[in-house]
Every structure is written in C-alpha cells, then in structure tokens.
Design a protein around this ligand. Structure first.
Ligand SMILES: NC(=O)c1ccc[n+]([C@@H]2O[C@H](COP(=O)([O-])OP(=O)(O)OC[C@H]3O[C@@H](n4cnc5c(N)ncnc54)[C@H](OP(=O)(O)O)[C@@H]3O)[C@@H](O)[C@H]2O)c1
Length: 348
C-alpha cells in the first residue's frame, strides 16, 4: 500500500534523488529500557535522524536527548506528536498504552512503529490498523525479529526445504525478571505477563514457519499479580505438524528454538529471536552458520521503516499488518485458554 501524500519535506523530483537525500525524522515516546537500545541503533542507520524524544518527565527527556543527540525533547507525548517535522514515531511505552499512544500519533498525521504487542487484544489492533489505513499512514508492529539477518536465512532454509517438511518446532523464551510487582512485567495494569512480553517470539516463529494452527492448547502458571508467569502452548496444524512453545518471566531458560524436519533439523541459538548462529543438522553432520546483526539488532527494523517511508509505502511487505492481526488473534485464543484478561477501555 502506498502513501498518497508525500513526506512533508520531500523537495527532490525523482524517486532516486529523493532516496539519496531525504532522511527520516524519528520521534520516540516513552524513554525506558528499550527506547535506549533503539536510540543507540538509530545512530547506526544512515537514513535516520533522531529528531525528538518525549517523556512524562522533562529532566528525563532532556538527559535522553543529550545522550542520543536529538534536536528536540518534550515532557508531553502530545507535543512531540504535533511537531510537523517528524515523519514517524516509535512507541516504547508499556503494552496497555500502545493503543492510546498510537492512535494519538496517527491522529496527528504521523507514521508509527509500535512496540510489540501492537495492542492487548484484537479490537485494539484492528482499530489501530483501520485508523492508519483511513489516514493513509505508515504503521508497523515492532517485531524486530523479522528483519534480523538470521531470520532472512531461516526463511531461505525453510523455503529450500533443506530440512525437508517441518514435523515439529520447539521454542522457549524465558528470563527471570525483576520481581517488582509494580513494574511492567508483573503489573497487570501495564499489560504484564510472559505471553505478551516474550511469548510473542515463539508464536511469531511458529507463524512464519507453519502458519495458523487449527487447534491450540495452553496452560499457565499465574503470578500473585494475576498475570502469566509461565505459559506453555501446544499448536496443532492441519498437516499434522506441532509446535511446542513456552514463555516465562520467572526463570532463565535456554531461549532457543529448534525446527525438526523430515530431512534434518535447524537450531536458532540463544537468544533465538535475534540469533546470530544457526546450526543445521543432517544425518550426523552439522553446519554452523554465523550471521551477525548490526548493533543491538534494531537497525534492521529501523532501515525497513525508513525504506517504506522513502518509497511511500504505508505497510511493510516483510511484516504486513495481516501478521499483526494473526498474532493478536492467536494471543487472544491463548489468553482465553489460560484465563488471562486485561481490563482497559477496549476490553476483550
Ligand atoms: N523489541 C524488543 O526487543 C523489546 C524489548 C523490551 C521491551 N519491548 C517492549 O517495549 C515496551 C517498553 O518496554 P521497556 O522494557 O522499555 O519498559 P520500561 O523500561 O518500563 O519503559 C517504558 C516507558 O514507558 C513510559 N510510560 C508511560 N506511561 C507509563 C506508566 N504508566 N508506567 C510506566 N511507564 C510508563 C515511561 O517513559 P517516560 O517516563 O519517559 O514517559 C517508561 O520509561 C513494551 O511494550 C515491551 O513489550 C520490546
């Protein structure tokens, strides 16, 4: 899909010249842990400028701006979104604010890269996508895994049937989170729990490898804050394939993924969602592929957004919004199985 109105500051005539001269002005909203990693990686992209940052706290915004050299800083998310110089805004707030923050930016005419999960239920994600399409604006979910070089290689290997037909997948993602009950990982009001935080990654791997399952089984260990501390999922596919997926915020687990096929297996090494090493095993032979990514790994996603905006595309063909719909549909099915419900204005 194409953007009809051109980027505001594009003055060059040919598409090629525009690509050489135009830089994308980024804004960041919510200056926490991930915003820091992202801002560092923005500096590695030739086409990106960190134009403005916004925090609820002015001192924090100023310090962040000085650290990553943004032109402007704001103590109001709305004021940042109103700045006409900005092309795209990265939303790095807790899960339950993605909907509100993204809708506000879209209404200000800005493209959005929204951290995963795009919303906490289907209704939110669907509304966000409709709003972006209505306004002809770029929108993408921050599933950075899609743009990691190892994922490109993985898709090639699966496409070439190097390991044959997929029989089953085993993927886990677990880490022992800070036990602060008010922090975003345990706090239900902030969209806490392992499924929305890291369960997303095994689910995404199964989606790009096997598609949508016909049946899902899921079980969770709930925390005293009533979010899933551990979630175990079993996906069943029409062709008989299975995916065994796990997520947790209560323990450090291998965080690896192995895809078993009829002709061999493939392992994405720790941290599998931004792996730099793939091992292919066939008969008794192993081939190890070292595939590095830039910086913290977010530059590849940043470059995809830059490229879409420079091409006037409102959607990434590599990570289309249909994937965000499929993801949240699967997540909602799992939430229902494990009895996890978030209370927001846009309740499930
Ligand atoms: N792609 C990835 O690899 C990755 C990794 C980690 C997290 N994430 C995602 O990124 C998002 C943020 O995660 P994070 O680890 O950066 O979280 P974090 O360190 O807690 O930062 C979140 C920021 O959101 C802002 N915020 C706005 N309203 C808030 C509220 N009521 N309570 C707390 N913070 C509020 C705060 O920024 P201000 O104080 O500056 O306003 C805060 O610093 C989550 O959606 C998460 O799923 C993605």
């Amino acid at each position: 899909m194409k953007i009809i109105s051109k980027l505001s500051k594009t003055v060059t005539t040919t598409h090629q010249t525009k690509q050489m001269t135009k830089k994308i002005n980024w804004g960041i909203i919510g200056l926490g842990k991930i915003a820091n990693k992202f801002a560092a990686d923005l500096q590695l992209s030739n086409n990106a400028v960190l134009y403005a940052v916004a925090s609820r706290n002015e001192e924090k915004a100023k310090a962040f701006s000085e650290k990553y050299k943004s032109t402007k800083f704001y103590s109001s998310y709305k004021e940042l979104a109103a700045n006409p110089e900005i092309d795209v805004i990265y939303i790095a707030t807790p899960n339950t604010f993605h909907f509100k923050n993204t809708m506000m930016c879209l209404k200000q005419g800005k493209g959005v890269l929204c951290e995963k999960p795009m919303g906490i239920n289907y209704r939110e994600v669907d509304t966000m996508i409709r709003e972006a399409r209505l306004r002809n604006l770029f929108l993408m979910e921050g599933i950075w895994t899609r743009f990691i070089p190892a994922t490109k290689k993985l898709l090639e290997i699966l496409d070439n049937k190097t390991i044959g037909d997929i029989l089953f997948i085993h993927a886990d993602f677990g880490f022992k989170a800070d036990s602060n009950r008010e922090g975003r990982l345990y706090n239900k009001k902030l969209g806490g729990g392992s499924l929305l935080d890291v369960g997303i990654y095994p689910i995404y791997l199964s989606l790009i490898s096997l598609g949508i399952p016909i049946d899902i089984k899921a079980m969770a260990r709930m925390t005293d804050t009533n979010v899933d501390g551990y979630c175990s999922m079993l996906f069943d596919y029409e062709n008989g394939a299975k995916a065994i997926l796990e997520s947790t915020i209560e323990a450090n687990t291998p965080t690896e993924a192995t895809i078993y096929g009829s002709k061999g297996s493939l392992k994405l090494h720790k941290q599998f969602h931004h792996s730099e090493k793939i091992t292919i095993s066939q008969n008794d032979e192993e081939t190890v592929l070292d595939i590095k990514h830039k910086g913290n790994g977010y530059t590849h996603e940043i470059e995809e957004v830059n490229s879409c905006l420079l091409n006037n595309d409102i959607e990434s063909s590599k990570l289309p919004l249909k994937i965000s719909i499929d993801m949240i549909t699967l997540i909602d099915r799992i939430k229902e199985k494990i009895g996890l419900k978030y209370e927001t204005k846009n309740s499930d």
